[in-house]
Design a protein around this ligand. Structure first.
Ligand code: CDP
Ligand code: CDP
Length: 229
């Protein structure tokens, strides 16, 4: 079990997943993508023809939700039962309904317990855990807690550059809708007391990884003061 937990929260497109994975690889740490669990449950609900807007239908799936995620940053995968859903959980049809899943308190409690168990059993020297409520709910006692932000324009541009199956306008509209739905459930736009804000708007990918490594090593990011609480 490792005590070196690095908690990273932030909105969609701030760079959480890619930066956390690269940083973990660099430091020899494990990497836990918590959004994947919500996405996998959304995928499972669609595959089981459930109405994702009906929380009772979503809750009833939890007992059969056989979920597995790879935490080695070099061997990332997501499985539900026998299905490898690593790619499928990123499809727009899943992204469109994932906020429905994430607003159900029973789902949040279920996956939070799962995340804590994965963190506890990590054999690595440290683990970087990223999502929306890691600094506040999943691992509020983590020795390093970061809120990774970026301007809405930068976030939309990054996401639009990745997605080839939707227009930039559709990506922006979906991102905006998801951020507003998600922020009604957890606050990932403002840093909780003691959480270090890192604004990646003017940093490239490598610069962001370096800034995260600096924070882990005890420094403050170049562009923000530590938010003492
Ligand atoms: O990578 P991206 O920002 O697009 O999203 P994600 O991290 O894959 O998370 C997908 C969805 O899961 C979010 O839109 C939230 O609804 C939910 N989520 C959450 O509620 N709490 C977390 N700790 C992580 C994700
Ligand atoms: O997980 P989250 O939604 O916060 O963001 P992501 O999926 O890790 O990053 C979205 C895209 O932005 C990826 O293609 C990253 O490589 C890119 N990115 C960037 O261009 N510049 C940064 N400073 C950080 C991420």
């Amino acid at each position: 079990m490792t005590d070196m937990i690095v908690a990273i929260d932030g909105p969609a497109g701030s760079g959480k997943s890619s930066v956390s994975k690269a940083t973990a690889a660099r430091l020899g740490f494990d990497y836990l993508d918590t959004g994947a669990a919500y996405r996998a449950l959304a995928w499972f609900a669609l595959a089981s023809s459930r109405d994702t807007a009906d929380s009772q239908q979503v809750i009833s799936l939890l007992v059969d939700f056989d979920y597995e995620i790879g935490t080695n940053p070099g061997e990332y995968y997501v499985r539900v039962g026998e299905d490898d859903v690593t790619e499928a959980i990123r499809e727009p049809r899943v992204t469109a309904v994932v906020s429905d899943i994430a607003r159900v308190p029973e789902v949040r409690a279920f996956v939070t317990a799962l995340f804590r168990s994965i963190i506890r059993s990590s054999p690595a020297a440290g683990i970087i855990v990223e999502g929306r409520d890691i600094t506040t709910v999943v691992a509020p006692d983590a020795p390093v807690r970061i809120l990774l932000t970026a301007s809405p324009e930068a976030r939309m541009a990054r996401r639009a550059a990745e997605v080839t199956t939707q227009t930039a306008e559709d990506v922006a509209a979906q991102l905006h809708k998801r951020d507003s739905a998600d922020s009604r459930v957890v606050d990932f736009m403002t840093a909780a007391p003691g959480v270090t804000t890192l604004d990646s708007t003017d940093l490239d990918f490598e610069g962001t990884v370096r800034a995260v490594v600096d924070v882990i090593n005890g420094g403050t990011p170049p562009n923000k003061e530590k938010n003492h609480g």
